[in-house]
Design a protein around this ligand. Structure first.
Ligand SMILES: [Zn+2]
Length: 77
């Protein structure tokens, strides 16, 4: 089974992502819905990504069977 995930491109300019750290990932309810390259990010989006990242547990990030990346929310203690 070979499935190419669509999310590994910029949502706006379709540039391919090659593992760079400065790209923003866009999450909806813990599911990765898209990526934004540094050229396409607005400062607001950058700030929003930082805020969203606070509640997510990136140590437990994994690819689900449907091919979407998933990051669970941190367990609240
Ligand atoms: Zn872009």
């Amino acid at each position: 089974m070979r499935k190419k995930p669509r999310v590994e491109r910029c949502m706006r300019c379709s540039r391919r992502w090659r593992g760079a750290d400065d790209w923003n990932s866009v999450w909806k309810s813990g599911v990765l819905t898209g990526l934004l390259c540094p050229d396409c990010q607005t400062p607001e989006e950058n700030a929003e990504a930082e805020i969203n990242a606070v509640g997510l547990d990136y140590d437990r990030m994994h690819k689900r069977e449907d091919g979407h990346w998933y990051v669970p929310e941190k367990d609240v203690i």
